[in-house]
Design a protein around this ligand. Sequence first.
Ligand code: MEV
Length: 331
Amino acid sequence: MGIKRPEKMLTRRAAARGKIILFGEHAAVYGFPALGLQLEEELMVTLKEGGREASIQRIRCSRAPGAEKRLRKLLQELAAPQHSVFRRAAELSVRSELPPGLGFGSSAALCAALAKLYLGEGAGTAEIWKEAHRLEKLFHGTPSGIDTGLSLIPGTTLFLPRPPALPEFRRLPDFPAGLLVGAVPRSAGTADLVARIAAEREKNGSAVNRLLSELGEVSGKAAEMVEQSKRPHQDKMPDYSAGLGACADRSQEILAELGLSTAELDFCLRTAREAGARGAKLSGAGGGGAFFAIMKSREELEDAYSRMKRSCKRKGIPLLYLKQYPAAGGD
Ligand code: MEV
């Protein structure tokens, strides 16, 4: 009788990154342009193979303990075992640097990382994106594809959505201004907020369409400025922060008119403007969550960072995320 060798345990990993939507959120769902930026923070899924069972025994999620149930459901709906990597899976764990549920794209990154995991190393971005988009539909019915796109495409990207298909996209130069990115608690999830806009559109079609179309126009204008910033300049690079700031302020007015802002978000955006921001807006689906402010120089960015911390503390607003993204151009 031969000695039974222990089975080889294989570990597979795949990762995708978070995002901020700069311009055109919600409008993208209806085919209008949107602009976004990939964040450095990443989400990683690790799959450990083990026994012979065709189901995952254990799911662990750091940062979002309640998410295990949702993930298990997602895998069931996917009929996970049909993908060979899940056939002998013992444990799936998700480790994320992204704060979940605030508009930084953690669900999209999860979909993209899972798709990468089971499609394997040979898969290209287009194939992974398509699959991630299919998974994201299980989170919220009608994603535009910009969130999953940003989880896979680095840098600043302009999207030209074509729902229900995936958007076309164009990679742009680095965003030519400093960004102060923050987040406050959120009162509703993306699925609910997207559904709310859809219901509003049913009731009040032309008014809502006009607002969504203007959000798309602002995205186009902002994209032009970002593109211009890389054309050759005589000497010093022009200042784009005022123009981009105006785009942010106008977008915020529209998003607030659509009922997507909150008192806490308004407070943070006002604080940023008082600290010198050229413009500021919510980012993502809204109802609280992520926001950003456009700053001209690194000094102003640092100053606004400290003021935001102090003011929110004084007002009792929990700042769940606050980070500076340095200006790519000079001041
Ligand atoms: C959420 O990050 C962006 C939305 O436009 C939804 C989507 O595009 O799928 C609200």
